[in-house]
Design a protein around this ligand. Structure first.
Ligand code: SF4
Ligand code: SF4
Ligand code: SF4
Length: 290
């Protein structure tokens, strides 16, 4: 794999052990997701979480672990098998929940050898980039589905930012700007960034190459292109076929390395990704996060 612009050696080091960055070990090394982050601060039109500004549905809140429970969970599952990575991937946005920071602080002390990873929509990435790096988080996945607000406005219904609700193009402008600034800042701080992009046929399929160019220029090391699962407000969109997925992945690979082994994990998955009998989940959070 070609090395990322700013973090070449860090990227090479990370890919040796992280299943989400290395297809060759994807079915050999485990990761544990801890569902400690229920709140989300944006509304993606394909998301199945029911959202009203920053509040949680009780159903979602009751499915979530506290940081200390998550710590115990990680200690347990690392006894059961080879777990290299601990990740916060929702079920909401990692950075919209203080518990994420508390958890990383604690796990860093108790299990310093684990790779620390998180996924985010990137809205709060400029604000927290330095803190993420200080906590020793090794990799951040940012989901970027557009770099043009004209396209972004059809993907996001609203964004809650600094206590204000924004809609339409204005919401997309804030989100996209912060995603790109955040990627730049956190990669400059030495954290490796993967970009996830949901391919939405007829909306961003021809735009993904532009996303690849932009995120590469900002320091991202690798991209992961995921097919839309048509749900919620996007239920009338098509699910992209293999041919379209392959075509876009090939185009993007001309620009930045593409990760192809992803099967879209749940926010509470643990074990070795996709391995029968070894890939488990807690069954307590919805499969909503990309
Ligand atoms: Fe939030 Fe993730 Fe759902 Fe988007 S997909 S609304 S970022 S939880
Ligand atoms: Fe992999 Fe994303 Fe989880 Fe990190 S947060 S371990 S990249 S799925
Ligand atoms: Fe990460 Fe995707 Fe692999 Fe899950 S299937 S561990 S989300 S790369």
């Amino acid at each position: 794999i070609e090395e990322g612009k700013h973090n070449g050696s860090k990227f090479a080091h990370l890919t040796r052990a992280h299943p989400c960055f290395n297809e060759k070990i994807h079915d050999k090394v485990g990761r544990a997701h801890v569902p400690i982050a229920p709140k989300c601060n944006i509304a993606c039109n394909f998301c199945t979480r029911s959202l009203n500004t920053e509040e949680n549905r009780p159903g979602v809140a009751s499915c979530v672990m506290k940081p200390d429970e998550a710590l115990e969970h990680v200690k347990e599952v690392t006894k059961e098998g080879p777990i290299a990575v601990v990740g916060v991937a929702g079920p909401g946005d990692a950075l919209a929940n203080d518990e994420t920071f508390e958890f990383f602080e604690k796990i860093g002390k108790e299990k310093p050898d684990l790779i620390k990873c998180m996924s985010t929509n990137g809205l709060l990435l400029p604000k927290y980039a330095d803190r993420i790096a200080e906590l020793g988080v090794n990799s951040v996945t940012v989901t970027v589905n557009a770099v043009d607000p004209e396209i972004g406005k059809d993907i996001y219904s609203f964004v809650v930012y600094e206590g204000q609700v924004y809609k339409g193009k204005e919401a997309a402008e804030i989100l996209l700007k912060n995603q790109l600034e955040g990627i730049e800042k956190v990669t400059n701080d030495g954290v490796v960034v993967k970009v996830n992009t949901v391919l939405i046929p007829g909306l961003n399929d021809k735009h993904i190459v532009d996303i690849a160019k932009e995120v590469k220029a900002r320091g991202a090391s690798i991209m992961n292109i995921l097919p839309l699962i048509p749900l919620n407000k996007m239920k009338d969109y098509e699910r992209p076929g293999c041919e379209m997925m392959e075509k876009v992945r090939d185009e993007v690979e001309e620009i930045i390395p593409v990760f192809r082994a992803c099967t879209q994990c749940r926010a509470d998955a643990y074990g070795i990704p996709g391995k029968h009998g070894s890939d488990r989940y807690l069954g307590r959070t919805p499969q909503s996060h990309y």
